[in-house]
Design a protein around this ligand. Structure first.
Ligand SMILES: C[S@@+](CC[C@H](N)C(=O)[O-])C[C@H]1O[C@@H](n2cnc3c(N)ncnc32)[C@H](O)[C@@H]1O
Length: 315
């Protein structure tokens, strides 16, 4: 096990285990604000994010047409580059899912789903079995909100309350109909860094042992902070780390050294990686040219034991 802890502290407890995730809501605020921008300006679009906000923020956004810009400016002031990094991450995951769904995945597992709305807003996901896994209290709030938005729960989505720090994911998924023989896409957006290194290892081991070749993982992670990072992107990394700790959801692990080594030693191939700088180049064009992006995390994808199925794989 070589997941390391130079950023964050694996011993620092997640104090939000007994309530819905604060970070899931804060991220929904950024998605909601970005989605209120004109089409040619926004990086991502989530029409349901508004429903997951506290009533005060939601009302402010609905009543005042400039409130979304004010909120984004405040966040940018406090945590430079974080909203840029988050919306680029959503866009990158959306594009990956869109490209992947025509390639024959039979099920999608969203670990640390929080208030992710892909299963409800992406047409391609309406015909694939989706499992959303998160802490019981966050799942409870999610289910309440989805029922309120749509009047009912969609048939294709299965909610799996689970603490990923504990053993037993295999059983919990199996109980709810997860099929280990079916080619599977595992999504972990904004999750890996919040888990202890042991939990991260258990999850990657689970994916390799419980899904067939050609299954894939897509996740973001914190590269190791060796203290040499410089520039605007890195300047915000330390303040973001302190911010999430104050929310009771500290960063607990990062990936040391090369992501390629990290994934190949765990049985993955077809590895693709995007840093903050890569995301900026891919998405921050036109009106977003010059928008700041934190280098807090990178995004990687890889396939279970084969070179054949990852989108844009490196040689
Ligand atoms: C930063 S939020 C990201 C939510 C969502 N994926 C998104 O991008 O909007 C992290 C999510 O991981 C969940 N999480 C963190 N630790 C967890 C654990 N030990 N077990 C289950 N879920 C966990 C939190 O409850 C939260 O919903």
């Amino acid at each position: 096990m070589d997941t390391q802890q130079t950023r964050g502290d694996p011993a620092e407890p997640n104090t939000n285990c007994n309530g819905p995730s604060t970070m899931a809501e804060k991220i929904a605020v950024i998605r909601a604000c970005e989605s209120m921008k004109p089409e040619d300006e926004r990086i991502c679009f989530d029409p349901y994010a508004l429903h997951f906000l506290d009533p005060g923020t939601r009302q402010a956004l609905l009543r005042n047409s400039g409130a979304f810009r004010y909120i984004l400016a405040q966040i940018e002031n406090q945590l430079p580059g974080i909203s840029g990094a988050l919306v680029a991450r959503v866009r990158c995951f959306d594009e990956f899912v869109q490209q992947s769904t025509n390639t024959g995945y039979g099920q999608i597992i969203i670990l640390g789903a929080g208030y992710d709305t892909r299963a409800y807003r992406m047409d391609d996901l309406k015909t694939i079995r989706v499992f959303e896994v998160d802490h019981p209290d966050t799942i409870r709030v999610k289910v309440e909100k989805i029922r309120k938005i749509f009047g009912t729960l969609p048939n294709q989505v299965t909610y799996v309350p689970a603490d990923l720090e504990e053993d037993g994911l295999e059983l919990k998924l199996a109980d709810r109909g997860y099929d280990p023989t079916c080619r599977t896409l595992f999504l972990m957006e904004g999750l890996v860094m919040y888990l202890s290194p042991a939990a991260v290892d258990r999850i990657f081991s689970f994916t390799v042992k419980n899904s067939p070749k050609g299954s894939s993982v897509l996740f973001d992670y914190c590269p190791e902070d060796d203290g040499t990072g410089s520039g605007a992107g890195w300047a915000s990394v330390r303040s973001a780390t302190a911010f999430v700790s104050r929310q009771g959801e500290p960063l607990r692990s990062c990936v040391p050294g090369s992501i390629r080594d990290f994934l190949t030693t765990r049985g993955f191939a077809g590895i693709r990686n995007m840093t903050g700088a890569d995301l900026r180049q891919a998405y921050f064009t036109g009106k977003n040219r010059g928008r700041t992006i934190s280098e807090l995390y990178s995004i990687a994808s890889a396939s279970v034991g084969t070179q054949t199925c990852t989108v844009g794989e490196e040689p």
